[in-house]
Design a protein around this ligand. Sequence first.
Ligand code: SF4
Length: 264
Amino acid sequence: MIERFEVALNTPAGRLTTAIDVPTGFIPITSIVPVSRRLGDEAAQLEVQQATAAGQTVSCRIGCAACCRMLVPLSAPETFALRDYVDQLPADRRVSLLHRLSDTKDRLKQSDLWDRMNDVAEASKQVPDEELDPINQSYYALRIPCSYLENETCSIYEARPAACRELLVTTPAELCQDLVQNPVTPLPVSMRISSILGLVWGTLTDSPPRLIPLPMALEWAGRHEEEARRTWPGSSLLDQVLDNMWRFLSQEFTNRGRADGKDR
Ligand code: SF4
């Protein structure tokens, strides 16, 4: 059976109202990923509308891969969802992807980056930004095209990680060729879905909030297969996601110097 929830979220860029259908029975964590992403996409769309009304133009388009050389972090739920998505790809595309991932792994192993990223993915406590920043910078310096690119187009566009969806810029796309040297202006992000899902997963599994680097996401999901099989009541999962969204939005209102937007 399905239960419908009417959700209202006040974001700094406007009010988001939507209906969400959630199974009443027990569901795996992957079932809550699409709905979380949809809410994140709708919040991002409000930011786009606000920027457009202010005369700005968002440069990001499907088919643009200028920024797809950065290290993308995924929450554990997204990692399991990505593995499921890849599993249902046609065999030829899946094999090509696995080859590209293997090539990327070889390149990262030539330096110590693969092991450092693996330490982050398997850390027993939350990894602070000061430790993540040098890894992100070393990875970006290599300018490795994301393994999920096919002919410079994201091959998993509808299933791409939340972090990819949330990076929208109002500066010309060509500036994204070098995100270190060029002045790139991103749109504000009112709620980071990978962080929210990471917090939910941490609560459910009594583990630290964890972000897994995209190049090793499939391997990580394979190592944690047992955890992916666990199930929880659908409405309880949605409650946890929404609670964390409200917390993020409240913080974002504060960051932008505005009143708290909490509204159930
Ligand atoms: S998953 Fe897709 S959008 Fe994200 S970095 Fe890779 S190619 Fe780009």
